[in-house]
Design a protein around this ligand. Structure first.
Ligand SMILES: Nc1nc2c(ncn2[C@@H]2O[C@H](COP(=O)(O)OP(=O)(O)OP(=O)(O)O)[C@@H](O)[C@H]2O)c(=O)[nH]1
Ligand SMILES: [Mg+2]
Ligand SMILES: [Zn+2]
Length: 360
């Protein structure tokens, strides 16, 4: 579809002769036919193969066109007895399932090659979504109890990115927690700024946890917090999300990446979200680090509610269509002036609002 659109644009710019335009159209037609045929073929293969019974499963991760699905299967042993085992199976997807993501519950059927086919997706309790580079909304993970926003002194934490995550979490109705990792890197120079940043969020009632993967005793609080819940680590690249998983779960050996020498930025090591079980109960999802968190998919109303301290003031402005900018009698502005809303949070709000308006 993208290519076809591209051709039309070229055609209108170059003013093609009728003959050329006709040829291009023919080529496009052929291409579309070929693509459709390929899609049909895959469909036929999936349907005609001899599939086994329907099994419920949990999506552990998503790789290109396949997902890894975990289920408890009954397996015959060599001695003729049966045993139950947690097994992960690579599955293709039946058409029209929509997007699947780590944490999704699905129904799949085994094929005869040791793989499977996902045939249904169960309804989600919730999901955390974000737009990709092309503005398409993509789920990051589904069925989560907590979003753990991981920050660090290196790469330096930014209030605006934290606020974007908080708004996304509040909009999705999933409680967020802020996790300051790499506390071994706290120095006299960065201490004050980091503590002030964290205080902004503790003052709002958000829970803040501090860790270092280099200090075993600094992991206890997080470990206890994760018990019997499904949590997802999100945040900038390089803050140590995968290192945290490796430290919490010694059997797991995820790739971790050094920060770039010059700019002390992450190098985007993790490329796909993955779910792990905790021995004490609970699941942990590692996710790829991001450059920026677009919030173009939320409305201005949702944005306002995403700043939890704004909520008591919403609906109290003199004008019903108040934009909270210059209007007299603005309750949000009044809260800003009397200190109920902090200047940094309000600045964050304005920045995000501007970025949403620019894409409208
Ligand atoms: N000093 C220190 N370094 C840490 C700590 N945790 C992780 N690191 C280092 O930080 C770098 C990045 O760690 P990763 O675990 O790959 O970070 P990530 O958040 O998973 O990054 P992406 O997968 O790119 O999103 C690695 O060099 C780790 O060794 C910590 O507590 N203290
Ligand atoms: Mg990682
Ligand atoms: Zn207002």
């Amino acid at each position: 579809m993208y290519q076809i659109k591209g051709q039309h644009q070229i055609m209108s710019k170059r003013k093609l002769t009728k003959q050329q335009a006709w040829r291009i159209e023919k080529i496009q037609e052929e291409r579309t036919k070929r693509i459709n045929k390929r899609a049909e073929k895959t469909e036929v293969v999936l349907q005609s193969s001899d599939l086994g019974p329907e099994i419920e499963g949990l999506v552990l991760s998503h790789f290109g066109t396949q997902v890894e699905v975990e289920s408890t299967l009954t397996i015959a042993t060599e001695t003729g007895t049966e045993t139950q085992k947690l097994v992960a199976t690579r599955c293709n997807l039946r058409a029209n399932l929509g997007q699947l993501v780590t944490g999704d519950k699905v129904v799949w059927r085994p094929d005869q090659q040791g793989s499977g086919v996902v045939v249904a997706k169960m309804e989600r309790d919730n999901d955390l979504c974000r737009p990709d580079m092309h503005g398409r909304l993509k789920p990051v993970a589904a069925n989560i109890n907590h979003i753990i926003i991981v920050i660090a002194a290196e790469p330096l934490a930014h209030a605006n990115l934290i606020d974007r995550y908080l708004v996304a979490a509040e909009t999705a109705g999933i409680p967020p927690v802020i996790l300051l990792n790499k506390i071994d890197l706290i120095t006299d120079e960065n201490k004050e700024a980091l503590h002030a940043l964290l205080a902004t969020y503790t003052d709002l009632g958000y829970r803040v946890i501090q860790t270092s993967t280099l200090l075993p005793e600094a992991m206890d609080q997080l470990y206890a917090f994760l018990k019997e819940k499904t949590s997802v680590f999100v945040g900038q690249s390089g803050v140590g999300k995968s290192s945290l998983v490796n430290t919490l779960l010694p059997g797991v050996d995820l790739s971790v990446g050094e920060l770039s020498q010059k700019r002390k930025k992450g190098t985007h090591t993790t490329t796909t979200a993955k779910l792990f079980h905790m021995p004490i109960g609970g699941d942990l999802i590692d996710s790829p680090g991001i450059r920026e968190f677009g919030l173009w998919h939320i409305s201005l109303e949702e944005l306002l509610h995403g700043f939890i301290e704004f909520r008591p003031h919403i609906g109290h402005c003199r004008f019903r269509d108040c934009a909270h900018e210059q209007e007299p009698g603005c309750a949000i502005r009044a809260a800003l002036e009397n200190g109920a809303i902090s200047a940094t949070r309000f600045a964050s709000y304005l920045r995000i609002k501007q970025s949403i308006i620019e894409r409208l």
